[in-house]
Write a protein of this length. Sequence first.
Length: 81
Amino acid sequence: RLLPQPVAPRGKIILLECKGGVDKEKDGHRKDSIPIANAVIEAGWSCIPMFYSDADYKKVEAAILDSAGYICRINPGSYEG
């Protein structure tokens, strides 16, 4: 379960994943993605998990450009678009 976001975060980080694949839990996230996001939150940063798709490119791009950085959890060899 994702922790609550900090009230006054040091900045915002996007955690980027894609849907599908055999490496996902029932919630759609990779097994270690939420623990990674929670570690970022515990360090005082806001961490927003997002699912990438080509259809949502502009939405994802806007979120990344509005953040301090992103963590990419997408295996480029298995993304089908």
